[in-house]
Design a protein around this ligand. Structure first.
Ligand code: 4AD
Ligand code: MG
Length: 465
């Protein structure tokens, strides 16, 4: 074949230099035609749009063209031609074609007909080649970039917290253990317990549930930091909003109080949604048309309106007086379920909500205690269709108060001594939060199940791929 520099299809579809010789490479979505001419819709992952390759059969050997079926990968030299049909402005008239890889029509699972999202989860090795997942994974990339850009432009430092830790940041105990001990024949102590002093790290370790504790150390030195990494929760919650492995973004800022924290969360979320609308519009439009006709409207609404801010106590009062039948009853002191959060957001306020000042007993040990002796300076951001998208708080910076809480909760200080000690050396007010990246992706794509916004979801009983 003649050597011509490859053009990506996203760039090709913007070109108007009709007549130019071009090269494109990609995967065949469909092939149709008649005895004289074949039309191949080709996609290379750079855009939701395919380019049409027109093959004049008088110029090609029919046998050679036979394997050009859905899923095959081909390399095409041709001329850029103004399209006669509707839709695309440009198409390619093929001069030379090389087949890189065939895809047997009987064996290849992604034939032309529409597939259910459930089926596509079973072929996660191939689903990035569909329009839907191409759009979602391109958007995941753009949103990751936007997150770094947001913080970088505002003087935050990307602080790398460990994936393997010996502490339980949320104190919830839902951790995956990390060990090189032979589980069939572990070394034992004299009392018969597993002897972790002989394990790889000389102690018991686990995958992190949150980078917050180490993030706070960063904020107490660099002023404003953020983390962005994988976090792990071994909770057996099989819901459309929980993963066992998910990505979390955690800013932590010295001298911020809870109001600053809320302002940051609201500004950050609006920035990200605006960024998606400005940079991923074609993909969003596709998802809007295919899955969720109110998606674009909802995204615009969130960008344009102030979030409602109220306390947990006020929220519970609204729920109690709502007359609504909830599956889980609600009263002051209970943790809010997704149905309660969504009632406040979707039915009552019809707007994103930030709930603050939760009961101390349902929140983590590190949250700043209010003077009422009952509540802490927590904040959860609640979104339509999602429920909790962000959880955060102002932190307890007072060593004595923090220790009192740690002791009340009967927590071991052995694995968090350094976290506690930072309160003794130049302690300062500070606050932060965690945004679940896949919850954000759910909101921005309009998808209903969190398994469909991450390439390879990890959930109970599923670690395929
Ligand atoms: O509310 P969470 O548990 O808060 C923390 O981990 C704090 N250490 C954050 C901080 O203050 N720095 O989790 C934060 C967010 C949730 O609001 C939710 O968006 C997401 O992480 N999240 C999950 N996303 C997917 N699957 C799960 N199992 C999740 N658990 C939490
Ligand atoms: Mg939370």
């Amino acid at each position: 074949m003649k050597q011509i520099t490859r053009t990506k299809i996203a760039d090709l579809l913007k070109r108007e230099d009709f007549g130019a010789e071009v090269n494109i490479k990609g995967w065949v979505r469909t092939r149709r035609g008649n005895k004289q001419v074949s039309f191949v819709a080709l996609n290379d992952g750079t855009t939701i749009n395919n380019v049409q390759v027109v093959i004049d059969l008088t110029n090609f050997d029919e046998e050679m063209l036979k394997p050009i079926t859905t899923g095959a990968c081909i390399n095409v030299n041709g001329r850029l031609v103004e399209s006669q049909g509707q839709g695309q402005r440009a198409e390619i008239h093929a001069d030379e074609i090389e087949i890189y890889g065939t895809a047997d029509p009987i064996a290849y699972p992604l034939q032309k007909k529409g597939h259910s999202l459930e089926f596509l989860r079973e072929v996660a090795h191939l689903r990035p080649r569909t329009n839907t997942f191409g759009a979602i994974f391109r958007m995941r990339h753009h949103m990751s970039f936007a997150i770094h850009k947001y913080f970088n432009d505002r003087g935050y430092y990307y602080f790398h917290t460990p994936v393997i830790t010996a502490s339980d940041a949320e104190g919830a105990g839902s951790m995956f253990e990390v060990s090189t001990i032979d589980i069939n024949n572990p070394p034992r102590t004299e009392e018969g317990k597993v002897d972790f002093s002989q394990d790889f790290f000389g102690r018991q370790t686990n995958l992190t549930v949150s980078g917050q504790l180490e993030g706070e150390l960063g904020a107490m030195a660099l002023g404003a930091i953020y983390t962005f990494g994988p976090t792990f929760r071994a909770e057996n919650s099989n819901t459309p909003r929980h993963l066992a492995e998910f990505w979390m973004i955690e800013p932590e800022v010295a001298f911020n109080d809870i109001t600053d924290n809320m302002d940051l969360a609201e500004d950050f979320l609006k920035y990200l949604i605006r960024y998606a609308l400005e940079n991923c519009y074609e993909d969003i439009e596709f998802l809007n048309n295919m899955y969720d006709k109110e998606l674009i409207e909802r995204l615009n609404f969130v960008v344009e309106n102030d979030f409602v801010r109220l306390t947990y106590t006020e929220g519970v009062k609204i729920l109690e007086e709502s007359g609504e039948k909830f599956e889980f009853p609600v009263s002051w002191g209970t943790d809010l379920q997704s149905e309660h959060e969504r009632y406040l957001v979707e039915k009552h306020f019809k707007c994103p909500v930030i709930l603050t000042d939760y009961p101390r007993d349902i929140k983590s040990f590190y949250m700043k205690q209010n003077d009422d002796d009952k509540t802490v300076r927590a904040m959860d951001v609640l979104f339509p269709k999602i429920g909790e998208i962000i959880g955060g708080s102002e932190r307890e910076e007072d060593y004595e108060k923090l220790m009192t809480r740690v002791n009340e909760m009967e927590m071991s200080t052995e694995s968090i001594w350094w976290y506690l000690e930072i309160r003794k050396f130049g302690t300062a007010p500070h606050a932060g939060f965690g945004l679940g990246f896949e919850r954000l992706m759910l909101f921005i794509t309009g998808m209903a199940n969190i398994r469909d916004v991450i390439p390879f979801p990890r959930t109970p009983n599923n670690a395929e791929f």
